[in-house]
Write a protein that binds this ligand. Sequence first.
Ligand code: ADP
Ligand code: ZN
Length: 679
Amino acid sequence: MCSTSPFLSKMQLIDVILPLGIRETYTYRVPDGMNPIAGMRVLVPLAKKEMIGIVLGEHTAPVPDTIQLRDILLLPDAEPMVRVDQLRLWQWVADYYMCPIGDVMAAALPAKANDKLYSFAADAKRRVRLPEYTGEMEPIHPLNDQQQRALQSIREQWQSRDVVLLHGVTSSGKTEVYMHLMEEQLSQGKQVLYLVPEIALTTQLTDRLQRVFGNQLCVYHSRVSDAQRMEMYRRIGLDDSRCKVVVGARSAVFLPMTNVGLIIVDEEHEPSYKQQEPAPRYHARSVAIMLAHQQGAKVLLGTATPAVETYYNATQGKYGLVTMRERFQGLQLPKITMIDLQRQYHRKEMYDHFSDPLVDRIREELTKRKQIILFQNRRGYAPMMMCTACGHTPTCVNCDVPMTYHLRLRQLTCHYCGYTTEVPAVCPSCGGTMRVQGFGTERLEEEVAKLFPEARVLRMDLDSTRTKNAHQLIIDAFARHEVDILIGTQMVTKGLHFDDVSLVAVLNADQMLNQPDFRNYERAFQMLEQVSGRAGRKGSQGEVFIQTFHPDSPVFIDLMNHDYETFYGKQIAEREQFRYPPFTRLIDLTIRHTDLQRVTIAAAALQIRLQQAFGARCSMVIEPSLSRVQNEFIRLIRLRIESGANYARAKQLLAEQMDYVRSLPTCKHVAIFADVDAC
Ligand code: ADP
Ligand code: ZN
């Protein structure tokens, strides 16, 4: 069956990747007259459907006679859409993150690739769909001394390493340093990949890059049309002059850069670089480092608040480290004031969720015609309702969580599955009076309107930014000072610059510290330092008010001093003591099904197998605090592998145990998957 005629070098049987995430590959026959090449798109039959896949290569292993192979139907393109080196990167992601390569394909290719009517060649003949930039151009700013030294040091450290961390305080001018390095790459004819956590929140940055790099800049994101995304993909693969600098969020690491000299990972600490759902559960920072390695490129990780793992790598000499401690033009870092909520409530010096000192300060800043950012990391009016008589709380029918109260919509909404119901007039359980508990951005908006009726207010959260340009409109209006107070969730913490913001207030910092996660202090420090960085950009020193019931928490002391190094020192000592990353690597196993009994059995079976294979590295079965989502029951098992150990071997052993449990009749259809380097 696998014998090839001496006159034919073409493949008889091929392995095809399908974006299904079920099996590794699918084997098909090649009819006469068709000449597939690795990386080409191919239309294949699957059950009663047709589907686009990617040719992985020739199938050489013998196929049992009992298996009826089918013919491929069509090769829509004359050339491969995916290069062999890209396929190698896909395979690396699939192996490292323990998922079928089809999952990687689904994440890596633009949606248009799945369209059987689309043709690469026809697309290449069509002209100008990428909009031409005709706006103003701006030169790159000359660097100041600190930036100059940083630039020099980055270059030097790249001599002996591929990855350098640029640790620069907020507003130290990291972006300007990046731009000088980018310019250098362009002058050598190289491409640059610039990764950002979320494109929608980066318009200030992309506007600036556009003014400097003009038509060489290409911003790859979900808001451009499918056809444009495909065109960008194609042009990037050709090292086209329109796509020399590519800005994108995490999935941009899969773009077909052929000639990349530099990859920048901006705000490298951001959790959104890790894909959680669906597979591949990859970390874009790790894939970027792999991609750079493959192409002989350099990597620059930039942030004011490095991930603990990254800083550890830098202190160990695995990455280079360059520090900028001063803000641009000697501007001071903001002054942070802690407000003790316990004392404020005790003395009755509170107005709704605003302490008296905060109210006074906001009034003062408004009189001075300054702007204020209010940060509360919860959207909606209130996270839950409760009956004052019996304590009943309306919860989602599909998930084990309280429903969030949205005042304007007059609805209770589940933030995990989107299920909504009407707000009950009285307690559905006892007829008592319902009251809201806690507060989100919508409630803050209401309180602000009462407290400061003269102020112009906007809210920026998931609910207020659902329409296409909503982010941009809010950011622009605030930047033009048409708004006095901006209320927002974590969206307002990201690299935005507003010249007139003199005060940032965190209404309740405790909810960040109360998460049952070894990273909660790290995350809280990062978020608070980043949101603080929005204060006092031009002229005078900014101020930050943090309201909390725990003003003595150690995380606040380092924050008040803007002292990342000391903070890191404490964190790394704890991580070592309790065997957390970077001293171990975590693999979280999720077991999920709608039938609780099946989940329980599968989790127990897997735990027993893993216990045998891994001993104390394997946890007991954990019932997570969110133990049911969208009608599926969830259980977790955590593996901790020592950093020095053979990770690949451990994953192989793990895969065997997972396959074994999946094959048990009682565990049929139970979803079991691994989250490698969970975070
Ligand atoms: P970071 O990324 O470190 O938070 P930015 O690079 O955004 O800081 O710089 C902060 C502000 O200072 C921006 O408005 C930027 O344009 C300005 N800036 C930084 N460096 C320079 C420079 N060398 N010349 C002129 N302006 C600069
Ligand atoms: Zn739900």
